[in-house]
Ligand binder design. Structure first.
Ligand SMILES: NC(=O)c1ccc[n+]([C@@H]2O[C@H](COP(=O)([O-])OP(=O)(O)OC[C@H]3O[C@@H](n4cnc5c(N)ncnc54)[C@H](OP(=O)(O)O)[C@@H]3O)[C@@H](O)[C@H]2O)c1
Length: 301
């Protein structure tokens, strides 16, 4: 238990027990699986309208049916710029104001190099896709809205080589965990950049990143011997209900504004790699991402 009154063992339902989200709308990516599905369930349980993004609308619709939630399904394949842009347009067309975006979807540790638009796939899916989605929806974010980036403690795999912005295609010495780590470091830095931008627009909007814990989900699908890996971490693993707790805490707990930009773990602020608080690096990432997207957009048009 930490100062928030919550900790490692807290569940998403517990951290939101006193929260009333009626009248609020949250967009959640990756709702069809793992902690995204549990996050959507608990947001709806507390009264929020949920816009649920999955690779296809059918997947999102099916998830809402399974959960018994009357949500808004949204097709958004984060590895396809056209799909992300279509999702942005669809949300704009609804005229709904968003009270938050929970950027939760992700892929991890692909054993071999895969690319989207010529960019290493984990970086594209986990960072670039969410960057395009979120920046495309900034105008739809209500006053006091929150953006929550689900990062990972595994951002530490980027400790030695950092963001490797000169290796965006991942072709230089591809390593599954290092590339996952840099995508998750990018999530942290993107939250920092958003927080800095929000701090000056007077709308009270904030941004955060977090490590959800180690949870048995479909995330390990690309790892050959996932059982051995998970077995070695058995004592430090969370249930899915616990795994969604920090996301829901950061999304809904009142009084976090002064911590905008921070990284959380176990429902409390936590330390990142030194690179995770490097604002010059955050700016560099923002500019590199804008450039990368603009270049691909030219090719796409
Ligand atoms: N589980 C852990 O131990 C752990 C630890 C640290 C951080 N995290 C982070 O937690 C987040 C949620 O992961 P999870 O554990 O719940 O894994 P999960 O069960 O595999 O869920 C990941 C979600 O992301 C979606 N996704 C993947 N690629 C996508 C794409 N191109 N477009 C749209 N959606 C896509 C998946 O959709 P499909 O099912 O269609 O692929 C799925 O809904 C991730 O960001 C992950 O990095 C998890």
């Amino acid at each position: 238990m930490n100062a928030s009154g919550f900790g490692f063992h807290s569940t998403a339902e517990e951290v939101t027990a006193t929260v009333d989200l009626r009248g609020k709308t949250w967009l959640v990516t990756g709702i069809n699986s793992g902690i995204g599905k549990e996050s959507a369930r608990v947001l709806a349980l507390r009264g929020a309208r949920v816009i649920g993004a999955a690779r296809t609308e059918a997947k999102a619709r099916e998830t809402f049916a399974q959960l018994g939630i009357d949500g808004i399904p949204l097709a958004c394949d984060l590895s396809e710029l056209a799909s992300v842009r279509a999702a942005v347009n669809t949300v704009h067309a609804t005229k709904i104001e968003l009270d938050g975006i929970l950027a939760n979807a992700g892929i991890m540790a692909l054993p071999e190099l895969h690319q989207a638009h010529g960019v290493e796939l984990q970086f594209f899916t986990n960072h670039v896709g969410h960057f395009v989605l979120t920046t495309g929806l900034i105008d739809r974010l209500a006053p006091n809205a929150r953006v929550v980036m689900v990062s990972s403690g595994a951002h530490r795999y980027a400790a030695q080589l950092g963001l490797e912005l000169e290796n965006l295609d991942g072709a230089n010495d591809y390593h599954p965990w290092r590339m996952y780590g840099r995508s998750k470091l990018a999530n942290i830095l993107f939250a920092q950049s958003l927080a800095a931008r929000f701090a000056t627009d007077g709308l009270g909007r904030t941004a955060y990143s977090l490590h959800p814990g180690v949870i048995r989900t479909n995330l390990t699908r690309h790892i050959d011997d996932a059982e051995t890996l998970l077995g070695s971490m058995a004592t430090s693993m969370k249930s899915i209900e616990q795994g969604a707790a920090t996301s829901l805490y950061v999304a809904t707990q009142p009084g976090l504004d002064a911590l905008s930009g921070s990284y959380f773990s176990d429902c409390a602020p936590a330390k990142t790699l030194p690179q995770g608080t490097d604002m010059a690096l955050a700016d560099e990432l923002w500019e590199a991402t804008v450039r990368l997207v603009a270049e691909r957009s030219g090719a796409e048009a």
